[in-house]
Design a protein around this ligand. Structure first.
Ligand code: SAH
Length: 397
Protein backbone atom coordinates (compact mmCIF):
# COMPACT_ATOMS: atom_id res chain seq x y z
CA UNK A 1 0.00 0.00 0.00
CA UNK A 2 1.18 3.49 -0.74
CA UNK A 3 1.48 6.10 1.99
CA UNK A 4 -1.36 8.63 1.80
CA UNK A 5 -1.11 12.40 1.74
CA UNK A 6 -4.27 14.39 2.59
CA UNK A 7 -4.44 17.88 1.15
CA UNK A 8 -5.70 20.99 2.86
CA UNK A 9 -9.21 21.80 1.72
CA UNK A 10 -8.28 25.19 0.25
CA UNK A 11 -5.32 23.73 -1.67
CA UNK A 12 -7.08 21.05 -3.74
CA UNK A 13 -7.90 23.40 -6.56
CA UNK A 14 -4.55 23.17 -8.42
CA UNK A 15 -5.02 19.42 -8.82
CA UNK A 16 -8.44 20.07 -10.31
CA UNK A 17 -6.55 21.96 -13.00
CA UNK A 18 -4.24 18.95 -13.47
CA UNK A 19 -1.10 20.80 -12.45
CA UNK A 20 1.45 18.02 -11.87
CA UNK A 21 3.09 19.47 -8.74
CA UNK A 22 1.87 19.44 -5.16
CA UNK A 23 3.68 21.86 -2.91
CA UNK A 24 4.58 20.90 0.65
CA UNK A 25 2.42 23.74 1.98
CA UNK A 26 -0.68 22.02 0.59
CA UNK A 27 -0.21 18.89 2.68
CA UNK A 28 -2.56 18.64 5.69
CA UNK A 29 -1.63 15.22 7.04
CA UNK A 30 0.01 11.93 6.19
CA UNK A 31 -0.99 8.33 6.81
CA UNK A 32 1.86 5.82 6.63
CA UNK A 33 5.55 6.51 6.22
CA UNK A 34 6.78 8.93 3.56
CA UNK A 35 9.99 7.80 1.92
CA UNK A 36 12.03 9.86 -0.50
CA UNK A 37 11.27 8.93 -4.09
CA UNK A 38 8.49 6.47 -3.30
CA UNK A 39 4.99 6.54 -4.72
CA UNK A 40 2.32 8.19 -2.57
CA UNK A 41 -1.42 8.46 -2.96
CA UNK A 42 -2.90 11.94 -2.76
CA UNK A 43 -6.38 12.41 -1.34
CA UNK A 44 -8.68 15.35 -0.81
CA UNK A 45 -9.46 16.61 2.68
CA UNK A 46 -12.68 14.59 2.41
CA UNK A 47 -10.67 11.44 1.66
CA UNK A 48 -11.34 11.08 -2.10
CA UNK A 49 -8.63 9.80 -4.44
CA UNK A 50 -6.93 12.59 -6.40
CA UNK A 51 -3.62 11.33 -7.79
CA UNK A 52 -0.55 9.12 -7.47
CA UNK A 53 2.92 10.59 -7.61
CA UNK A 54 6.52 10.52 -6.46
CA UNK A 55 7.13 11.94 -3.02
CA UNK A 56 10.20 14.06 -2.39
CA UNK A 57 11.26 16.23 0.54
CA UNK A 58 11.40 19.89 -0.52
CA UNK A 59 9.03 22.53 -1.75
CA UNK A 60 7.52 20.29 -4.45
CA UNK A 61 6.35 17.42 -2.24
CA UNK A 62 4.68 15.31 -4.94
CA UNK A 63 5.21 15.05 -8.68
CA UNK A 64 2.03 13.57 -10.11
CA UNK A 65 2.31 10.46 -12.30
CA UNK A 66 -1.39 9.86 -12.81
CA UNK A 67 -4.79 11.24 -11.88
CA UNK A 68 -6.35 7.77 -12.27
CA UNK A 69 -6.21 5.14 -9.55
CA UNK A 70 -3.79 2.38 -10.65
CA UNK A 71 -0.56 0.63 -9.63
CA UNK A 72 2.78 2.16 -10.53
CA UNK A 73 4.40 -1.02 -11.84
CA UNK A 74 6.08 -2.41 -14.97
CA UNK A 75 2.81 -2.12 -16.92
CA UNK A 76 2.47 1.55 -15.93
CA UNK A 77 5.96 2.39 -17.18
CA UNK A 78 5.45 0.45 -20.37
CA UNK A 79 2.18 2.26 -21.13
CA UNK A 80 3.63 5.67 -20.32
CA UNK A 81 6.71 5.18 -22.52
CA UNK A 82 4.66 3.58 -25.27
CA UNK A 83 2.45 6.68 -25.34
CA UNK A 84 5.53 8.87 -25.59
CA UNK A 85 6.90 6.65 -28.37
CA UNK A 86 3.64 6.89 -30.35
CA UNK A 87 3.80 10.67 -30.25
CA UNK A 88 7.33 10.57 -31.74
CA UNK A 89 6.09 8.09 -34.35
CA UNK A 90 3.37 10.56 -35.29
CA UNK A 91 6.05 13.25 -35.54
CA UNK A 92 7.92 10.96 -37.96
CA UNK A 93 10.97 10.96 -35.76
CA UNK A 94 11.16 7.18 -35.40
CA UNK A 95 12.67 5.22 -38.27
CA UNK A 96 13.58 8.49 -39.96
CA UNK A 97 16.52 8.21 -42.35
CA UNK A 98 17.64 11.81 -42.01
CA UNK A 99 17.08 12.33 -38.26
CA UNK A 100 18.15 9.62 -35.80
CA UNK A 101 18.04 11.63 -32.57
CA UNK A 102 15.00 12.89 -30.71
CA UNK A 103 13.59 13.41 -27.23
CA UNK A 104 11.39 10.48 -26.23
CA UNK A 105 10.35 11.78 -22.82
CA UNK A 106 10.18 15.45 -21.91
CA UNK A 107 9.23 15.41 -18.21
CA UNK A 108 5.89 17.05 -17.48
CA UNK A 109 5.35 17.46 -21.24
CA UNK A 110 4.96 13.67 -21.38
CA UNK A 111 3.16 13.45 -18.02
CA UNK A 112 6.33 12.02 -16.47
CA UNK A 113 7.63 14.80 -14.22
CA UNK A 114 11.31 14.46 -13.39
CA UNK A 115 12.23 12.22 -16.33
CA UNK A 116 14.10 13.02 -19.53
CA UNK A 117 14.98 10.40 -22.14
CA UNK A 118 16.86 11.28 -25.32
CA UNK A 119 17.36 8.79 -28.14
CA UNK A 120 20.64 8.91 -30.07
CA UNK A 121 20.44 6.24 -32.75
CA UNK A 122 20.73 2.92 -30.88
CA UNK A 123 21.34 4.62 -27.52
CA UNK A 124 18.88 5.96 -24.96
CA UNK A 125 20.21 8.44 -22.43
CA UNK A 126 17.99 8.95 -19.41
CA UNK A 127 18.25 11.64 -16.80
CA UNK A 128 16.29 11.66 -13.53
CA UNK A 129 15.54 15.06 -12.08
CA UNK A 130 13.62 13.59 -9.15
CA UNK A 131 14.41 10.93 -6.58
CA UNK A 132 11.38 8.93 -7.69
CA UNK A 133 12.47 8.67 -11.32
CA UNK A 134 15.95 7.68 -10.19
CA UNK A 135 14.56 4.85 -8.04
CA UNK A 136 12.41 3.71 -10.98
CA UNK A 137 15.32 3.69 -13.46
CA UNK A 138 15.56 -0.10 -13.80
CA UNK A 139 11.84 -0.44 -14.49
CA UNK A 140 12.03 2.41 -16.99
CA UNK A 141 14.99 0.76 -18.72
CA UNK A 142 13.08 -2.52 -18.92
CA UNK A 143 10.11 -0.75 -20.53
CA UNK A 144 12.44 0.92 -23.05
CA UNK A 145 13.87 -2.45 -24.05
CA UNK A 146 10.39 -3.86 -24.51
CA UNK A 147 9.40 -1.00 -26.80
CA UNK A 148 12.56 -0.77 -28.92
CA UNK A 149 13.71 -4.41 -28.82
CA UNK A 150 16.99 -4.98 -30.65
CA UNK A 151 16.99 -1.43 -32.04
CA UNK A 152 18.30 -0.32 -28.65
CA UNK A 153 21.87 -1.35 -27.91
CA UNK A 154 22.63 0.90 -24.99
CA UNK A 155 20.81 2.61 -22.12
CA UNK A 156 22.85 5.13 -20.16
CA UNK A 157 21.56 6.66 -16.93
CA UNK A 158 23.10 10.08 -16.52
CA UNK A 159 21.52 11.17 -13.27
CA UNK A 160 24.55 11.76 -11.03
CA UNK A 161 24.40 15.52 -11.56
CA UNK A 162 20.61 15.88 -11.63
CA UNK A 163 19.24 13.67 -8.85
CA UNK A 164 18.66 15.92 -5.86
CA UNK A 165 21.58 15.34 -3.53
CA UNK A 166 19.37 16.05 -0.52
CA UNK A 167 17.66 12.75 -1.15
CA UNK A 168 20.87 11.05 -0.03
CA UNK A 169 20.85 8.79 -3.08
CA UNK A 170 24.28 7.79 -4.27
CA UNK A 171 23.65 8.31 -7.96
CA UNK A 172 26.37 7.36 -10.39
CA UNK A 173 26.24 7.66 -14.14
CA UNK A 174 26.00 4.10 -15.35
CA UNK A 175 24.97 1.81 -18.17
CA UNK A 176 21.72 -0.03 -17.54
CA UNK A 177 22.22 -1.82 -20.86
CA UNK A 178 25.42 -2.01 -22.81
CA UNK A 179 25.74 -4.34 -25.74
CA UNK A 180 29.12 -4.95 -27.24
CA UNK A 181 30.31 -2.35 -29.67
CA UNK A 182 28.92 0.69 -27.84
CA UNK A 183 31.60 3.18 -26.95
CA UNK A 184 30.23 6.25 -25.15
CA UNK A 185 29.67 8.18 -28.32
CA UNK A 186 27.75 7.83 -31.51
CA UNK A 187 27.35 9.75 -34.74
CA UNK A 188 23.75 10.82 -35.09
CA UNK A 189 21.90 12.37 -38.01
CA UNK A 190 19.85 15.53 -37.72
CA UNK A 191 18.10 16.79 -40.84
CA UNK A 192 20.71 14.97 -42.91
CA UNK A 193 23.66 16.48 -41.04
CA UNK A 194 26.01 14.43 -38.89
CA UNK A 195 26.95 15.09 -35.28
CA UNK A 196 29.08 13.32 -32.70
CA UNK A 197 27.16 12.85 -29.48
CA UNK A 198 29.19 11.95 -26.43
CA UNK A 199 26.73 11.23 -23.64
CA UNK A 200 29.44 10.40 -21.09
CA UNK A 201 31.40 13.66 -21.38
CA UNK A 202 28.81 15.98 -22.92
CA UNK A 203 26.58 18.56 -21.26
CA UNK A 204 23.04 17.48 -20.31
CA UNK A 205 22.39 14.20 -22.16
CA UNK A 206 25.05 15.03 -24.77
CA UNK A 207 23.33 17.14 -27.43
CA UNK A 208 20.84 20.00 -27.54
CA UNK A 209 18.02 18.42 -29.49
CA UNK A 210 15.72 21.33 -28.72
CA UNK A 211 17.28 23.55 -31.41
CA UNK A 212 16.66 21.12 -34.30
CA UNK A 213 13.93 23.14 -36.04
CA UNK A 214 15.62 26.48 -35.36
CA UNK A 215 18.90 25.25 -36.85
CA UNK A 216 17.01 24.19 -39.97
CA UNK A 217 15.49 27.67 -40.24
CA UNK A 218 18.89 29.29 -39.76
CA UNK A 219 20.33 27.32 -42.69
CA UNK A 220 17.82 29.10 -44.95
CA UNK A 221 19.28 32.49 -44.02
CA UNK A 222 22.96 31.54 -44.17
CA UNK A 223 23.77 31.88 -47.86
CA UNK A 224 26.68 34.25 -48.45
CA UNK A 225 26.63 35.55 -44.88
CA UNK A 226 29.38 36.00 -42.31
CA UNK A 227 28.12 34.06 -39.34
CA UNK A 228 28.94 34.36 -35.64
CA UNK A 229 27.68 31.47 -33.48
CA UNK A 230 27.98 32.48 -29.82
CA UNK A 231 27.67 29.75 -27.14
CA UNK A 232 28.06 27.18 -29.90
CA UNK A 233 28.48 24.04 -27.70
CA UNK A 234 28.80 21.17 -30.25
CA UNK A 235 28.50 23.58 -33.18
CA UNK A 236 24.95 22.69 -34.20
CA UNK A 237 24.13 26.08 -35.70
CA UNK A 238 27.62 26.34 -37.25
CA UNK A 239 27.22 23.09 -39.18
CA UNK A 240 23.84 24.21 -40.55
CA UNK A 241 25.22 27.64 -41.46
CA UNK A 242 28.11 26.02 -43.35
CA UNK A 243 25.70 23.66 -45.08
CA UNK A 244 23.45 26.59 -45.95
CA UNK A 245 26.23 28.28 -47.92
CA UNK A 246 27.61 30.78 -45.41
CA UNK A 247 30.63 32.79 -46.57
CA UNK A 248 32.42 32.17 -43.27
CA UNK A 249 31.51 30.92 -39.80
CA UNK A 250 33.02 31.76 -36.42
CA UNK A 251 32.05 29.58 -33.45
CA UNK A 252 32.59 30.68 -29.84
CA UNK A 253 32.29 28.75 -26.57
CA UNK A 254 34.09 29.04 -23.24
CA UNK A 255 34.44 25.26 -22.96
CA UNK A 256 37.45 23.66 -24.71
CA UNK A 257 35.58 20.33 -24.83
CA UNK A 258 32.72 22.04 -26.69
CA UNK A 259 35.09 23.69 -29.16
CA UNK A 260 36.84 20.37 -29.85
CA UNK A 261 33.46 18.80 -30.63
CA UNK A 262 32.47 21.76 -32.81
CA UNK A 263 35.62 21.30 -34.91
CA UNK A 264 35.02 17.56 -35.23
CA UNK A 265 31.40 18.13 -36.26
CA UNK A 266 32.34 20.76 -38.83
CA UNK A 267 34.84 18.25 -40.22
CA UNK A 268 32.22 15.50 -40.38
CA UNK A 269 30.05 17.69 -42.61
CA UNK A 270 32.91 19.14 -44.59
CA UNK A 271 31.17 19.04 -47.95
CA UNK A 272 30.56 22.66 -47.03
CA UNK A 273 33.90 24.24 -47.83
CA UNK A 274 33.44 27.71 -46.35
CA UNK A 275 36.07 28.77 -43.84
CA UNK A 276 35.23 27.89 -40.25
CA UNK A 277 37.09 29.03 -37.16
CA UNK A 278 36.36 28.17 -33.53
CA UNK A 279 37.39 30.18 -30.47
CA UNK A 280 37.57 29.00 -26.86
CA UNK A 281 36.69 32.20 -25.06
CA UNK A 282 34.03 34.18 -23.26
CA UNK A 283 31.21 35.15 -25.62
CA UNK A 284 30.67 38.60 -24.06
CA UNK A 285 34.38 39.39 -24.45
CA UNK A 286 34.53 38.08 -28.00
CA UNK A 287 31.58 40.21 -29.04
CA UNK A 288 33.01 43.23 -27.28
CA UNK A 289 36.33 42.89 -29.12
CA UNK A 290 34.90 42.07 -32.55
CA UNK A 291 34.92 44.89 -35.14
CA UNK A 292 31.67 46.59 -36.14
CA UNK A 293 29.76 45.11 -39.10
CA UNK A 294 32.04 42.04 -39.34
CA UNK A 295 29.02 39.70 -39.15
CA UNK A 296 25.61 39.72 -40.78
CA UNK A 297 24.14 36.61 -39.12
CA UNK A 298 24.48 35.98 -35.41
CA UNK A 299 23.26 33.21 -33.13
CA UNK A 300 23.03 33.92 -29.41
CA UNK A 301 22.08 30.79 -27.47
CA UNK A 302 23.44 31.20 -23.95
CA UNK A 303 23.00 28.75 -21.06
CA UNK A 304 20.08 29.42 -18.69
CA UNK A 305 21.05 32.70 -17.03
CA UNK A 306 18.37 32.19 -14.37
CA UNK A 307 17.93 28.76 -12.79
CA UNK A 308 15.47 30.06 -10.18
CA UNK A 309 13.21 33.10 -9.79
CA UNK A 310 15.67 34.77 -7.39
CA UNK A 311 18.11 35.18 -10.27
CA UNK A 312 15.52 36.60 -12.67
CA UNK A 313 16.46 40.27 -12.48
CA UNK A 314 20.15 39.69 -13.14
CA UNK A 315 19.32 37.26 -15.94
CA UNK A 316 17.16 39.83 -17.73
CA UNK A 317 19.99 42.35 -17.42
CA UNK A 318 22.40 39.82 -18.96
CA UNK A 319 20.04 39.13 -21.89
CA UNK A 320 19.68 42.86 -22.42
CA UNK A 321 23.43 43.50 -22.38
CA UNK A 322 24.24 40.61 -24.68
CA UNK A 323 21.60 41.48 -27.25
CA UNK A 324 22.41 45.19 -27.15
CA UNK A 325 26.05 44.33 -27.92
CA UNK A 326 24.97 42.09 -30.81
CA UNK A 327 22.62 44.75 -32.28
CA UNK A 328 25.35 47.39 -32.04
CA UNK A 329 27.88 45.21 -33.85
CA UNK A 330 25.88 43.49 -36.59
CA UNK A 331 26.08 44.78 -40.16
CA UNK A 332 23.00 46.60 -41.55
CA UNK A 333 20.51 44.06 -42.88
CA UNK A 334 21.90 41.47 -40.53
CA UNK A 335 19.88 38.76 -38.81
CA UNK A 336 20.07 37.78 -35.16
CA UNK A 337 18.75 34.48 -33.83
CA UNK A 338 18.52 35.10 -30.08
CA UNK A 339 17.36 32.65 -27.40
CA UNK A 340 16.62 32.13 -23.74
CA UNK A 341 16.36 28.62 -22.32
CA UNK A 342 15.68 29.75 -18.75
CA UNK A 343 12.43 28.23 -17.54
CA UNK A 344 11.80 31.13 -15.15
CA UNK A 345 12.14 33.76 -17.90
CA UNK A 346 8.77 34.10 -19.61
CA UNK A 347 8.22 34.84 -23.29
CA UNK A 348 7.09 38.40 -22.59
CA UNK A 349 9.96 39.12 -20.20
CA UNK A 350 12.47 37.86 -22.73
CA UNK A 351 10.91 39.93 -25.48
CA UNK A 352 11.01 43.01 -23.24
CA UNK A 353 14.71 42.44 -22.54
CA UNK A 354 15.37 42.23 -26.29
CA UNK A 355 13.22 45.34 -26.82
CA UNK A 356 15.34 47.25 -24.28
CA UNK A 357 18.47 46.02 -26.05
CA UNK A 358 17.14 47.34 -29.37
CA UNK A 359 16.41 50.73 -27.78
CA UNK A 360 19.96 50.94 -26.42
CA UNK A 361 21.45 50.11 -29.84
CA UNK A 362 19.13 52.59 -31.62
CA UNK A 363 18.88 50.15 -34.57
CA UNK A 364 15.71 49.38 -36.52
CA UNK A 365 14.80 45.90 -35.34
CA UNK A 366 11.99 43.72 -36.63
CA UNK A 367 10.81 40.27 -35.59
CA UNK A 368 10.86 37.80 -38.48
CA UNK A 369 10.16 34.61 -36.54
CA UNK A 370 9.10 33.69 -33.03
CA UNK A 371 10.87 30.52 -32.08
CA UNK A 372 10.37 27.82 -29.51
CA UNK A 373 11.18 24.18 -28.76
CA UNK A 374 10.28 21.43 -31.26
CA UNK A 375 7.32 19.07 -30.96
CA UNK A 376 9.33 16.28 -29.31
CA UNK A 377 9.62 18.70 -26.36
CA UNK A 378 5.86 19.08 -25.89
CA UNK A 379 4.31 21.49 -23.40
CA UNK A 380 1.71 20.05 -21.05
CA UNK A 381 -1.03 22.70 -21.19
CA UNK A 382 -1.57 22.32 -17.44
CA UNK A 383 2.13 23.01 -16.83
CA UNK A 384 2.93 26.15 -18.84
CA UNK A 385 6.34 26.32 -17.11
CA UNK A 386 7.36 23.59 -19.55
CA UNK A 387 7.61 26.11 -22.39
CA UNK A 388 11.21 26.94 -21.60
CA UNK A 389 12.85 27.73 -24.97
CA UNK A 390 12.06 31.17 -26.34
CA UNK A 391 13.69 32.70 -29.36
CA UNK A 392 13.39 35.52 -31.86
CA UNK A 393 14.82 35.79 -35.34
CA UNK A 394 15.35 39.50 -35.89
CA UNK A 395 16.19 41.68 -38.86
CA UNK A 396 18.48 44.51 -37.80
CA UNK A 397 18.84 47.51 -40.10
N1 SAH B 1 23.73 26.52 -29.16
C1 SAH B 1 24.12 25.24 -28.64
C2 SAH B 1 23.74 25.04 -27.18
C3 SAH B 1 24.30 26.09 -26.24
S1 SAH B 1 24.44 25.56 -24.60
C4 SAH B 1 23.54 24.14 -29.51
O1 SAH B 1 22.82 24.42 -30.47
O2 SAH B 1 23.82 22.97 -29.25
C5 SAH B 1 25.31 26.86 -23.87
C6 SAH B 1 26.80 26.85 -24.12
O3 SAH B 1 27.33 28.06 -23.60
C7 SAH B 1 27.60 25.75 -23.42
O4 SAH B 1 28.30 25.02 -24.39
C8 SAH B 1 28.58 26.49 -22.49
O5 SAH B 1 29.87 25.88 -22.47
C9 SAH B 1 28.66 27.84 -23.13
N2 SAH B 1 28.99 28.98 -22.26
C10 SAH B 1 28.56 29.23 -21.00
N3 SAH B 1 28.99 30.43 -20.59
C11 SAH B 1 29.70 30.97 -21.61
C12 SAH B 1 30.40 32.21 -21.81
N4 SAH B 1 30.41 33.15 -20.87
N5 SAH B 1 31.01 32.42 -22.99
C13 SAH B 1 30.99 31.48 -23.97
N6 SAH B 1 30.35 30.30 -23.83
C14 SAH B 1 29.72 30.04 -22.67
Amino acid sequence: MYAIIYLKKDREEALGRFHPWIFSGAVASVKGELREGEVVEVRSAAGNFLALGHYQAGSIAVRVLTFEPCRINAAFWFDALQRAYRVRQALQLTGNASTSAYRLVHGEGDFLPGLVIDIYGATAVMQAHSAGMFLAREEIAAALQKIYGGALQCIYDKSAATVPFKAGLAAQDEYLLKNTGTSGEEIIMENGRRFIVNWEAGQKTGFFLDQRDNRQLLAQYAKGRNVLNLFCYTGGFSVYALGGGAAAVHSVDSSPVAIALTLRNAGLNSAAAAPHQAFTTDAFEFLHRSPCHAYDLMIIDPPAFAKHTGALKNALQAYKRLNAAAFSKIAPGGIVFTFSCSQVVGKTEFRNAVFSAAVISKRRVRILHQLTQPADHPVNIYHPEGEYLKGLALLVE
